[in-house]
Design a protein. Structure first.
Length: 638
């Protein structure tokens, strides 16, 4: 005897069960084959109304309401499901006032292929959501549950896109490995659990439906057997009627069981397809994880406009001044450029930063643990400023009638540089010193201290011309310049590549000039222990007076006018001495031997061999030599 329709249905279900682990094409082929089974079930059960035309169905009316509604259009019991399924769907609002309005508690758009049964979620290569309009508004507003939106969605001007959120607005263009793997693992666990459970339910359902199908086959075969002969039909009419009634009574149960089993198998096939897709994606992401942080991901966010404004404002246009309001940019590299297409700078382009405090930092934190602030904060990296004219000022201004004028130097302003090594270089392309360095201040201090207040580090200044000046606006010298170190070197020497001295710079000069100069002494308590002046040639020039004093003038050499005077407890001359000019002795002179061309004695002349009168002893000299210059204390440092 030929197979009944139930036998064919059971075979189709078994084939579908065998394809749930296949690829998408095989699954859809089995779905297509079992589609006829579902049509047969619906035809046999004959529930609901099926309207079909192989060409076209048109619903026409001034107003059309579709849904589980009554004659007035009111929804029955606030429930009902409407599914519109097709390969191409169009929703058109025609005319100048044409509109399409969608309202629901939750509206979702996902560009996936739902499959012929609406269960699948297949991502296609052309997956896209496209919205095009002259004006587009996306607006998120706060409202109480069961409340009402008090703010209507406002549009932009003539054209444009407006995106507003009362609380949180996020634009994210990024790829991940850690978060993506976590999401895959979560989805994979969820899908695997659902598939395992549904696989068991499907197997159980197929087993449970087999005796029901067999029972339906017995009833159907019994009817067929009794209906083969007219005489037998008349004799067994009552039995046939009972079989028919029993068959009809069980038919809805059988169709419902079959339909439920088909639905479970279809969902199982989709779950297993998702599981395989997630496993493939997991392998792909794990393969890229090793080099994810080093390689480019291709994620890109483009913001393009002729004018851009970023502001921390509230909805009332107030600048938010609380500590939470901020604009943050975090990236490995940040470029702010003003270049033309040809690579040259845009004329009159500028970058302006105006804030109460501005900080540029290259501190590199080495935290003890992630999320903590404890650790070492080591300064690393570099800050480079390259410009034709670099100016750092602390000046107050005044603007009147659009004219900006300097008001005054900002009170208590300061510029500090703290570093271990400081180099100020003015070199040409061949490494020769060039240019000039000019420092002007009433008081200038350059220092490099360690944490204990001890000087440390190195300060290097190199330029062809260097000027340090402390003077007022009329160019009159004022203020002080102080240089203080354990060893102080002021040289004019050539150096080698390492900076070591090679020799005196040929033609080099050193000029130290002041109205009063103090070398080796600041006051009577601070004296240089030793002062050495050495040179191939040494000259000391005094325009009016030059003195060399020792012990407060007890020993003295004085050059004053055209006269030279020597004072001391005892003066000695060694070697052959020649005195040109008139020499006058106002005290006794002792000499072992005197050679003279002539001797003249005004009062007497006496020796062991000659005697001419009585030689009275000369009176001691009362002449005194007093210093003309006095030691003075040097000015104190301010």
């Amino acid at each position: 005897m030929a197979d009944t329709i139930f036998t064919n249905w059971l075979t189709a279900l078994q084939n579908l069960q065998g394809s749930v682990s296949k690829d998408l094409a095989e699954i859809r082929q089995q779905k297509a084959e079992i589609q006829q089974l579902k049509e047969d079930i619906m035809n046999e059960v004959a529930r609901g109304r099926f309207i079909r035309d192989d060409e076209r169905i048109v619903l026409s009316a001034p107003e059309i309401v579709i849904g589980n509604v009554d004659a007035s259009g009111m929804l029955y019991g606030e429930s009902g499901t409407i599914v519109i399924r097709g390969q191409k769907l169009g929703l058109e609002g025609v005319g100048e006032q044409g509109s399409v309005e969608t309202r629901a508690t939750r509206i979702a758009q996902t560009a996936i292929d739902p499959g012929p049964d609406g269960i699948e979620e297949v991502v296609r290569g052309q997956s896209a959501i496209i919205n095009q309009a002259k004006r587009i508004t996306l607006q998120s507003n706060e409202a109480a549950d069961d409340g009402y939106f008090s703010q209507s969605a406002t549009t932009t001007g003539a054209t444009g896109i407006r995106i507003h959120a009362d609380e949180d607005l996020e634009i994210d263009a990024s790829q991940s490995v850690k978060n993506r793997l976590a999401a895959i693992e979560s989805k994979l666990s969820e899908v695997s659990s659902q598939a395992q459970s549904l696989d068991l339910e499907t197997t159980t359902a197929l087993i449970s439906i087999t005796p029901l199908v067999a029972e339906m086959e017995v009833l159907l075969r019994g009817q067929d057997l009794l209906n083969t002969d007219e005489i037998l039909m008349r004799v067994t009419a009552t039995i046939i009627e009972e079989l028919t009634n029993e068959y009809n009574d069980k038919l809805p149960e059988a169709y419902q069981a079959l339909n439920n089993t088909i639905s479970m198998m279809t969902r199982l096939a989709e779950l297993k397809r998702r599981k395989k897709a997630l496993e493939d994606e997991k392998k792909l992401v794990e393969g890229a994880a090793e080099h994810f942080e080093e390689e480019e991901t291709g994620a890109h966010l483009r913001v393009t406009a002729e004018q851009m404004d970023f502001a921390s404002k509230d909805g009332d246009n107030n600048i938010r001044e609380n500590t939470a309001s901020a604009i943050s940019v975090q990236t490995g590299r940040l470029n702010i450029t003003s270049y033309k297409k040809d690579g040259s700078l845009i004329d009159d382009s500028y970058v302006r930063i105006a804030s109460h405090d501005v900080e540029i930092s290259t501190v590199n934190p080495q935290l003890k643990e992630e999320g903590s602030t404890d650790g070492d904060y080591t300064t690393d990296g570099s800050v480079q400023i390259n410009s034709k004219n670099v100016s750092v000022t602390a000046v107050d201004y005044s603007i009147s009638d659009g004219n900006c004028e300097v008001k005054e130097q900002t009170k208590e302003s300061r510029f500090s540089v703290r570093t271990e090594n400081v180099s100020m270089l003015s070199y040409d392309t061949e490494g020769n010193s060039t240019g000039s360095w000019y420092v002007s201040a009433a008081q200038m201090t350059q220092a490099s201290f360690d944490k204990d207040g001890n000087t440390s580090g190195t300060l290097k200044l190199a330029a062809e011309k260097m000027s340090m000046a402390a003077k007022d606006k009329e160019s009159k010298a004022s203020g002080q310049i102080s240089v203080n170190a354990k060893d102080v070197f002021v040289k004019s020497m050539d150096t080698d590549g390492s900076g070591s001295d090679k020799g005196l710079a040929e033609g080099g000069n050193m000029v130290i000039l002041a109205e009063k100069m103090f070398v080796g002494r600041t006051d009577d308590k601070t004296l240089t222990k030793e002062l050495q002046i050495s040179a191939d040639k040494t000259g000391i020039y005094g325009k009016t007076t030059a003195e060399l004093q020792q012990d407060s003038g007890n020993a003295l050499v004085q050059l004053d006018g055209d006269n030279i005077a020597i004072k001391g407890k005892k003066a000695e001359f060694f070697g052959d001495n020649t005195v040109n000019g008139k020499t006058e002795f106002k005290a006794e002179v002792n000499a072992p031997k005197v050679a003279a061309d002539s001797v003249e004695a005004k009062s007497s002349l006496k020796s062991p061999n000659i005697s001419d009168g009585f030689a009275a002893p000369a009176s001691p000299s009362t002449a005194q030599l007093n210093p003309k210059l006095k030691e003075a204390d040097a000015p104190k440092e301010k």
